[in-house]
Design a protein around this ligand. Structure first.
Ligand code: HEM
Length: 485
């Protein structure tokens, strides 16, 4: 049964629950060994004489791997540590790729507003092999052209069609989840979001192929941060390459029928999108965009919905509050207008996106020499904006380690402390095109969960996040749902 107010004890526990995002652990031997590595400070590049710029300094960490291993273990805590030691701009060579780390809203602003067009896309190093020519992989004028054409798939009319489909599907599937025994929430939601993707993105029953497609997407998203970036047997890289083949084969097989008929789904929208001058996406464009879109939509929404369920299980007083809002909704179909009214749920989702940013970095590459806050950055280096860490800085958030959705209330609006303090959807030219859709999808899933079930998460359980790609729970996020009477 769900309880009410937190006790002083639980308040202390709650302060600890997010500690792992803020503090480098020393609980395992490997962590202790990594912490022992001596700092190897080094300048990235000397600024041109007379420029008045300062060099970027960083810690080279371990030979060969740089701080890649530490990042995989410590995630945002490592980035926060670099920020404290070197300031908003530092650098290293994780996995052999020279990378400038950019932290804090001021430095973020320089990169995402991209005033002198010095920052091109930088995701190619990580994901091009698996998601070639996805929207995020394009840059400057070409990117703008593709983004405008893709907007045809995100009009209000289209969103209405998607949500009429989505709410029924989510309601039916969630009502059938098993109760009163342990459920792995993360894979369960992942399977649901893939089903939603099948319906909304392709108007296709992916049923018989769901596992194969799911595995293929998982392989493609895990591969980019492989330490060994060659197709060795049993390796993530090779699995990613195989996954890409499976996806291409599937989408090219579906393409001719999508070109022929006009329907409400994304796939159809991309096949028929046209500029005023009659320009359209080629077959290759459509397939590349579809594969990227589904990846971009599916994992992010899954992680967010899982995180929200986790924090609501940890904070029953918030679960009660959000459920009361959901149950108070006037009778009638759950449409976009109704979802937009769920303000408490929205605050909770925003707080969860603050604490766990599903896309923890925005990756760019300098196309010419430039500077960030007076520090010199040469052309040709990767620049990673640590948007997650912006969410954790005490300069912008009160007690950032606390789960406190009220910080997003109209009275407080802590996210307004700086335009780039809360950036889970990125910002600038590449800001998430599916932001509205993603928020609505997560709300739909939580709405159905709250109406059907109650759940609590044991006080001593803490989600073991993996930072190997997007953050995800290594144990699948076990939870016991109790059906509401
Ligand atoms: C909670 C859910 C989501 C989160 C947190 C999220 C986060 C992000 C972030 C941070 C970026 C920018 C990356 C960068 O600048 O390097 C991005 C871009 C993008 N997202 Fe999302 N996303 C979500 C849901 C979705 C959904 C549902 C879709 C599609 C329906 C989508 C499609 C895209 C696309 C296509 C881009 C590339 C935009 C461009 O390059 O112009 N995302 N997303």
């Amino acid at each position: 049964m769900v309880t009410a107010q937190p006790t002083p004890d639980s308040a202390r526990r709650l302060a600890r629950e997010n500690r792992r995002f803020f503090e480098i652990p020393s609980s395992t031997l490997l962590d202790r060994l990594l912490r022992l590595a001596p700092e190897r400070s080094k300048v990235l590049a000397e600024p041109p004489p007379g420029s008045g710029l300062r060099p970027v300094v960083g810690d080279m960490a371990l030979p060969f791997v740089g701080n890649g291993l530490a990042f995989l273990r410590w995630g945002p805590a490592l980035q926060l540590d670099l920020y404290r030691r070197f300031g908003p701009v530092s650098w290293c060579k994780p996995l052999g790729n020279t990378t400038v780390f950019v932290t804090g809203p001021e430095a973020t602003q320089v990169v995402v507003s991209n005033k002198d067009k010095a920052f091109g896309q930088g995701w190619d190093y990580y994901i091009e092999r698996f998601f070639p020519r996805g929207l995020l992989l394009l840059q400057f004028d070409e990117h703008m052209f593709h983004r405008r054409l893709m907007q045809h798939a995100f009009t209000r009319d289209r969103l209405d069609w998607y949500f009429a489909e989505l709410t029924t599907l989510a309601d039916t599937a969630i009502a059938r989840w098993p109760a009163d025994r342990e459920l792995q929430l993360y894979p369960t939601i992942k399977s649901l979001t893939l089903e939603i993707a099948g319906e909304i993105f392709m108007a296709a029953d992916v049923g018989p192929e769901r596992d194969r497609l799911n595995d293929a997407f998982v392989a493609c998203t895990r591969a980019p941060l492989s330490v060994i970036r060659f197709p060795i047997p049993g390796g993530h890289w090779r699995a990613g390459i195989k996954g890409r083949k499976v996806l291409e084969e599937y989408f090219y097989r579906m393409l001719p029928s999508k070109r022929e008929s006009v329907e409400g789904d994304f796939f159809s929208a991309l096949c028929h999108a046209e500029t005023e001058d009659g320009e359209r996406f080629s077959d290759e464009d459509v397939v590349d965009h579809m594969i990227f879109l589904i990846m971009a939509a599916h994992d992010t929404s899954t992680i967010t919905a899982t995180t929200v369920a986790y924090y609501l299980g940890k904070h029953p007083e918030w679960q009660d509050r959000v459920r009361a809002e959901v149950l108070a909704r006037p009778a009638g179909p759950l449409d976009i207008a109704a979802l937009e009214q769920l303000k408490t749920l929205e605050m909770v989702i925003k707080e969860c996106l603050r604490l766990v940013a599903p896309v923890p970095g925005l990756v760019r590459k300098t196309v010419k020499d430039t500077e960030i806050l007076g520090q010199y950055i040469p052309a040709g280096v990767t620049v990673a904006v640590d948007n997650w860490v912006n969410h954790l800085l005490p300069e912008y958030w009160t007690e950032p380690e606390q789960f406190d959705p009220d910080r997003f209330s109209d009275e407080r609006r802590e996210d307004k402390s700086h335009r780039y303090a809360w950036v889970p959807f990125g910002a600038g030219a590449h800001k998430c095109i599916g932001m509205h859709f993603g928020m609505l999808e997560v709300k739909t899933i939580l709405d159905a969960m709250l109406r059907n079930y109650e759940w609590t998460i044991p006080a001593d359980y803490e989600m073991p996040w993996s930072y190997s790609s997007m953050p995800f729970p290594r144990d699948g996020a076990p939870v016991v749902l109790h059906r509401r009477g």
